[in-house]
Ligand binder design. Structure first.
Ligand SMILES: Nc1ncnc2c1ncn2[C@@H]1O[C@H](COP(=O)(O)OP(=O)(O)OP(=O)(O)O)[C@@H](O)[C@H]1O
Ligand SMILES: [Mg+2]
Length: 490
């Protein structure tokens, strides 16, 4: 599974996404840090030199009698610029028009600057960071110092000093660049690599667990239906694991059920062909003889052959019916339709029907019903079928002159039906297997021969009712079968 981890496209996809994110973060970091450090520099610059314009105006009177005193101002402007080449000095009139300036290198490209930042700056006395128009680069704004110029007590204009000149900006950006390159970038790459390693480890951890799910799903698809995602799958994938495992359980159960139905169908076909062959060939054989020896047979012989053919076909019908009933129950195609009813009434009905058969065999059949037996909650048709099968056996195996006693009693576990006969009994070692299909005691006894499915059907019926069933028998003394259905509580 570990091998799979690094060949997993998922791992590489997530890793690529991580790399991309880290690169984006890196660019963002570079951008933000360059922006903030530039702004920091400008702010510091403004704080340091905020009074420069005021000093200049105090030293020289740039405007006298409404006119710019060019000689005096240029003088002082130059001396300022000799000391600090990063400044650019402008004289503005009261509307913000540039009326004089001393600027190194390039030319001035604006004729006026916005006055609002200038007035704000003067009002706050430079306490707040304010940027104003750069006359040399329209569209950019820089830190400045400003002071009002008075000519005989009236406002004549402003001294406006840009604090970071072009030259200084160029030097700064070089310095900044190399600084960033040397330390910032280095630190940043270290951080990137650490983040990458941690990220790849985390992705490895998650994909390792995710791959367990993927691998399990793949093997499940290939037919290993018993496989499940291991319990130690973590990384927040436990919900996925549980969902997959539950789904796998359901699919496996469905497949098992389909298989069992299929198995049953095959068994049924095998059994049907085997079990039906004997009575079918008997019927065919006798009918054939009757056809071929038409006219040569004595009436008694004819009668006998017809009787055998008829009995064989009846047996065939019984076999088919039993087989289909059992198969349906086994394949869980029968859903019990439960209802509350009185077992006493049902037993009364069924025994009335069996009385004639019992009388024919000279068997005494009696029903004993206890008082106040509660209702049961069961499928009436299926329970009737179970009672019939038990009575069929009792009648079939009890010899003439025998007795069949049916008891209905109220027990702690439910309502009990007990059918006891005085037949040959079932050997003790056979009793535990008697409910299995095709299990017959002394199967060679042709008179008693049935499908061997009657008791298996009764057991299935009791199983789908969650009811218990049992047998008590003593050879030569008789047999008692009982079942106990849960009482109706609703
Ligand atoms: N009351 C009984 N007394 C003695 N033996 C019994 C009794 N009931 C069942 N058996 C034995 O158990 C076997 C299985 O009974 P079961 O009802 O399943 O099959 P069957 O009666 O032979 O065939 P089917 O009921 O399908 O026609 C019987 O063949 C018989 O040997
Ligand atoms: Mg039977």
């Amino acid at each position: 599974m570990n091998k799979y981890r690094f060949t997993s496209p998922l791992y590489w996809k997530i890793s690529a996404a991580l790399l991309f994110t880290l690169a984006l973060v890196g660019l963002g970091y570079l951008f933000i840090s360059s922006y903030t450090s530039q702004r920091y520099f400008q702010e510091v610059n403004q704080q340091l030199y905020k009074d420069v314009a005021k000093y200049m105006v105090e030293e020289a009177s740039p405007i006298v009698d409404g006119k710019v005193d060019t000689a005096a101002t240029h003088d002082i402007m130059h001396s300022m610029m000799v000391i600090n080449r990063s400044v650019e000095v402008y004289i503005l009139d009261t509307k913000g028009n540039i009326i004089d300036y001393v600027v190194p290198f390039t030319s001035v490209k604006r004729e006026a600057v916005a006055l609002a930042p200038v007035e704000d700056f003067i009002k706050n006395d430079g306490a707040q960071y304010i940027i104003g128009d750069d006359p040399k680069a329209p569209g950019t704004r820089k830190a400045f110092s400003a002071a009002p110029i008075y000519d005989k007590e009236t406002l004549a204009g402003y001294a406006y000093i840009i604090l970071a000149s072009e030259e200084q900006s160029a030097v700064l950006s070089n310095l900044f660049g190399s600084y960033m390159l040397k330390t910032g970038t280095f630190m940043f790459f270290i951080a990137m690599i650490v983040a990458l390693i941690i990220g790849l480890l985390a992705i490895g951890f998650i994909t390792r667990h995710l791959n367990k799910v993927i691998e399990t799903a793949r093997r499940f698809k290939e037919g290993d239906y018993a496989i499940r995602v291991p319990d130690d799958t973590q990384g927040g994938l436990d919900v996925l694991r549980d969902a997959f495992n539950e789904m796998a359980d359901t699919i496996e159960a469905n497949i098992e059920q389909l298989k069992s139905i299929d198995r049953l169908r095959q068994e049924l076909i095998a059994n049907v062909s085997h079990d039906l062959r004997t009575p079918l060939s008997l019927t065919q054989g006798y009918l054939e003889t009757l056809q071929m020896k038409e006219g040569q047979l004595q009436p008694e012989e004819r009668q006998k052959y017809l009787q055998i053919a008829y009995e064989s076909s009846e047996k065939l019908a019984h076999l088919i019916a039993q087989l289909f009933e059992y198969s349906k129950l086994e394949a869980k195609q029968v859903q019990p339709e439960k209802e509350p009813f009185l077992l006493a009434e049902l037993l009364q009905d069924v025994t009335t029907r069996y009385h004639i058969l019992a009388e024919e065999k000279d068997i005494q059949m009696q029903l004993h019903v206890q008082d106040e037996v509660p209702l049961v909650f069961a499928d009436l048709g299926l329970v009737e079928r179970a009672i019939q099968n038990l009575l069929d056996n009792a009648l079939k195996f009890t010899p003439s002159g025998g007795e069949i006693n049916i008891h209905l009693t109220n027990q702690a576990t439910g309502v009990e039906v007990r059918i006891a006969d005085t037949g040959p009994g079932i050997p003790v070692n056979e009793q535990s297997q008697i409910f299995e299909r095709y299990r017959q005691v002394a199967p060679g006894n042709s008179k008693a021969k049935g499908a061997g499915l009657g008791l298996a059907i009764v057991k299935k019926i009791m199983e789908i009712h969650n009811a218990t069933i049992g047998v008590q028998s003593r050879p030569e003394q008789g047999t008692a079968f009982w079942f106990c259905l849960p009482a109706y509580t609703g």
